[in-house]
Design a protein around this ligand. Structure first.
Ligand SMILES: [Zn+2]
Length: 55
């Protein structure tokens, strides 16, 4: 099951998430980024960090 921790991209944030699919996980991360980090759009550099941090 793919999982992600905000810490893994250098955020001071305890958020972690997992989902059945990578697509579902990315949706959760996008929602979290908008709500917790005020990132309405995830820029390409951050997105590639996120994709690299998904295990
Ligand atoms: Zn976070």
């Amino acid at each position: 099951m793919p999982s992600f921790k905000c810490k893994d991209i250098g955020m001071e944030c305890p958020f972690e998430a997992s989902a059945l699919t990578q697509g579902g996980l990315v949706k959760k991360i996008e929602k979290h980024a908008a709500e917790a980090h005020n990132m309405k759009e995830i820029d390409a550099a951050t997105k590639s960090k996120i994709m690299a941090a998904i295990k």
